[in-house]
Design a protein around this ligand. Structure first.
Ligand code: FES
Ligand SMILES: [Fe+2]
Length: 452
């Protein structure tokens, strides 16, 4: 059986058939349908567990790949700095002038005896090291050295901070430590096309939570690349979530899943009413009254879409009328290799997954909610940091019902890490279609990180 054959769920509509019933014209990019077809081989377990794999990632991946640093609004004013740490390396991004050319990235290290130039984000007029006071301009030119007479070998024109590649897309700042890297535009490929109708640069950070998860960063990320786990991990979603109707696509460094909401999972053995589908999609508890009612003859998807359109009218104006039901209702989750996950349409979610410092056995999972706004840009929410023993529900005020879903995900992840240490197998088995994005991630990973 090929991946092409596997795309039709055992019961229910394919995602493309669901789009045929939309009340509006569907954007062309949602009609793209490109499954991964990468065979059925196992993924080596050592890749998740071994220190060697982590060291190889530092050498071959994090030092060479384009990666998200922060939101552009965190570097809005001249003098703003941002410290970006990945594994054991630290980088410094600085705004020295307004506009798209006004950002620079440097290794976060003084050229004297190596102290990190900045310990935290903040606005400064110059980059002065706090150890002995060597000082650079925001552009990275050497400005002064205390006791300059004592460094006759230092020629200011040769003592500029080394510049790293930097770029922006969608309101995100990216950097690449590799001077020979391909351009950000060629790396991102179709990503701007996918987001053309939903410009992420025109969002603000409504919530920002970063949590330590006690599992390798790839294990954590992979739990957010498929909807296959919903049937067991998030069963409360099933009356209103078409897990097995999801579509999975790969486009070079970019992959996506679109999972329909407001339809029942084909995997449940009973047929929920439209009202039950709506209640589930809106996370209404059994004892609670419905948040919205499905009128006679209407569907849960129609009610969800109209409610979302109404909510977006104050910020999008007439543009809200053009959005099709699928854009307003479905879970549309995108991954940019290796670790950034901007969700499509108006889902608002952005994830990033990284090693937790230099520890390959724990990860940082970062969640931002990116909301549209009208008028002046609202201030970014400050980051809430949660440790490995904390719960996502500790941040329920900012994450809402997502906090419960993330706790369900994390409940599995630490157990996966333990299980892989015990299994005695050499590989992880993946499905052909529904876990195809994970397989595709490893296909790219093997090209970037040889020897794992
Ligand atoms: S290490 Fe920075 S001035 Fe000495
Ligand atoms: Fe999940």
């Amino acid at each position: 059986m090929t991946v092409q054959d596997q795309r039709r769920p055992p019961r229910g509509l394919s995602y493309q058939e669901l789009l045929d019933a939309d009340s509006r014209e569907v954007p062309e990019t949602m009609r793209w349908n490109v499954p991964a077809d990468l065979g059925l081989a196992d993924v080596p377990i050592a890749r998740y567990l071994s220190r060697e794999a982590h060291e190889l990632e530092k050498q071959h991946l994090w030092s060479r790949v384009w990666q998200v640093v922060c939101r552009a609004e965190q570097l809005a004013q001249v003098g703003d700095t941002f410290v970006y740490d990945i594994a054991d390396r630290s980088f410094l991004v600085v705004r020295h002038a307004p506009g798209p050319e006004g950002l620079r990235a440097f290794p976060n290290a003084c050229l004297h005896r190596g102290r990190a130039l900045r310990d935290a984000p903040g606005r400064v007029e110059e980059l002065q090291c706090s150890f002995h006071g060597f000082c650079w301009s925001l552009q990275g030119q050497l400005k002064r050295i205390p006791s300059e007479w004592d460094f006759p070998q230092v020629r200011p024109e040769e003592f500029e901070l080394p510049r790293l590649r930097i770029g922006t897309w969608g309101g995100f700042v990216f950097l690449n430590p590799d001077p020979a890297a391909a351009s950000l535009g060629s790396f991102l490929g179709v990503l701007p096309d996918l987001f053309e109708r939903w410009p992420l640069a025109e969002r603000y950070v409504r919530a920002h939570v970063t949590k330590v998860v006690n599992a390798n960063w790839k294990l954590v990320q992979e739990a957010f690349l498929e909807s296959y786990h919903v049937v067991t991990t998030h069963p409360q979603l099933l009356p209103g979530f078409g897990d097995a109707n999801s579509q999975y696509d790969v486009f070079g460094n970019v992959t996506r899943t679109i999972s329909p909401r407001g339809v029942a999972s084909p995997l449940i053995g009973w047929r929920p009413s439209e009202q039950e589908q709506l209640d589930s999609a809106l996370d209404v508890r059994l004892d609670d009254p419905p948040a919205l009612r499905v009128p006679p003859g209407a569907t849960a998807r129609q009610v969800l879409a109209e409610a979302a359109r109404t909510a977006l009218r104050p910020t999008l104006g007439p543009g809200a009328e053009l959005l099709c039901d699928a854009e307003l209702v479905d879970s549309y989750f995108v991954n940019v290799f290796p670790n950034a996950h901007p969700w499509g349409a108006y889902n608002q979610i952005f994830y990033r997954f990284r090693p937790n410092g230099d520890d390959h056995r724990s990860a940082l999972m970062e969640v931002m909610l990116l909301a549209p706004f009208a008028g002046e840009r609202p201030p970014s929410a400050s980051e809430i940091r949660l440790g490995g023993d904390d719960h996502w529900r500790d941040a329920v005020e900012v994450l809402g019902s997502l906090a419960r879903v993330f706790d369900q995900d994390e409940f599995n992840l630490e157990a996966v890490q333990r299980g892989l240490l015990s299994t005695g197998r050499t590989g992880v088995t993946l499905s052909g279609y529904q876990e195809g994005r994970i397989r595709h991630f490893h296909h790219l990973y093997e090209q970037w990180v040889p020897g794992t």
